[in-house]
Every structure is written in structure tokens, then in C-alpha cells.
Design a binder for this molecule. Structure first.
Ligand SMILES: CC(=O)Nc1ccn([C@@H]2O[C@H](CO)[C@@H](O)[C@H]2O)c(=O)n1
Length: 112
């Protein structure tokens, strides 16, 4: 079941997220129910490893055809690359959500 305090990413994005070069993610409606100003635990999908926390800044609906270079930049990719990644993960889904986040390292259990 969807848990608004948890999110997973494919392992191949871990490095960009921790470097702060990936600051949005684009999800379908089933994963759109995150709330601004909440802190979310972030794990790798393949390994289950908890690798950071993020703070949700905003969740905004977007149509696949409205994706721009600006979104791609926030994903640390080119626009054609982003379109391909999304088409692979969400084939035939056009109504999506941009989830904007900040790294929130102070929430790490090692530090707190
Ligand atoms: C693991 C899981 O449950 N789902 C997803 C869904 C999406 N994404 C990434 O968000 C961006 C836009 O979709 C791209 O960078 C995607 O690769 C992800 O890492 N994991």
C-alpha cells in the first residue's frame, strides 16, 4: 500500500540524488499522494537500502507532452532521455506528477 512517508528510486539514480543533481521525480497518480513539507524515507528499489531522506517541496500534475528541458535539467538528463525513461517506466501513462524535493540529510538516523 502507498505510504506517503516512503519512496523508492531505481538504484541507478542514487548517485545523482545524493549529489543534489536530481531534485525532481516524475510519478503516476498511484504515487502522487505525497504532501509538501513532509520528510520521506528514500530507499533503492532493488536493494531496499535506505540511502537518504528528502523533504517534499511540491507535487504538481503534468502531462507527458508538457515536459521541458527544465524538467530534464532537474533530473540531470536531456529531455529525450527523460521522455524515454518515463515511457519505459510508465508505458501509455500521460497524466503524471512532478514531485519536487530537497535532500534532507539532517534526518539521517546516523546523524540525529
Ligand atoms: C522505483 C520506483 O518505484 N519507481 C520509480 C519511478 C521513477 N523513478 C525516476 O523518476 C524520474 C521520472 O520518472 C526518473 O528519473 C525515473 O527513473 C524512479 O527512480 N523510480
Amino acid at each position: 500500500m502507498f505510504d506517503p512517508k516512503k519512496m523508492t528510486f531505481y538504484k541507478r539514480f542514487t548517485k545523482d540524488i545524493l549529489a543534489g543533481s536530481k531534485t525532481i521525480t516524475i510519478r503516476d497518480s498511484s504515487e502522487s499522494h505525497y504532501k509538501a513539507d513532509t520528510i520521506v524515507e528514500v530507499r533503492e528499489l532493488e536493494t531496499g537500502r535506505l540511502f537518504t531522506h528528502i523533504k517534499i517541496n511540491s507535487v504538481q500534475p503534468i502531462h507527458f507532452n508538457e515536459l521541458t528541458e527544465r524538467h530534464a535539467k532537474q533530473e540531470n538528463m536531456s529531455l529525450p532521455m527523460l521522455q524515454k525513461v518515463i515511457a519505459d517506466i510508465y508505458p501509455n501513462i500521460k497524466n503524471l506528477y512532478v514531485i519536487d524535493f530537497n535532500l534532507c540529510p539532517t534526518a539521517e538516523p546516523e546523524i540525529v
